[in-house]
Write a protein that binds this ligand. Structure first.
Ligand code: SF4
Length: 103
């Protein structure tokens, strides 16, 4: 099973648009001026993942980031493992058509 999603809010970046609290009211609250605070420690329940991800993606100033073993969102390692990502090894059987063409 995968690690639970974890998020962080940088309040110094928040511009008080209130979008996060609209999408995920269980995770963000707004003060009297509309600036967000996080509710809880940033751990997101699997069932709330979509709503929180929407809040993260819709925040106009990118004040919300996803944390985790791969670091903040956008710095994740590729989904394909290095072994899968390598080019297939060409053998003489594979290059037969090219050999034929060159002749
Ligand atoms: S969506 Fe972003 S800018 Fe708006 S209140 Fe939430 S954290 Fe602040």
């Amino acid at each position: 099973m995968s690690e639970p999603m974890k998020i962080k809010l940088d309040r110094t970046m928040c511009d008080g648009f209130g979008i996060c609290a609209k999408h995920a009211p269980g995770y963000f609250s707004l003060d009297d001026w509309g600036y967000a605070s996080m509710i809880g420690d940033g751990t997101v329940a699997e069932a709330d993942r979509d709503a929180v991800m929407r809040a993260l993606l819709d925040c106009p100033v990118h004040a919300i980031t996803e944390l985790g073993e791969h670091g903040p969102l956008g710095q994740r390692s590729p989904a394909v493992s290095p072994e899968e990502a390598t080019e297939p090894k060409l053998t003489s059987e594979n290059s037969e058509a090219i050999t034929e063409f060159v002749r």
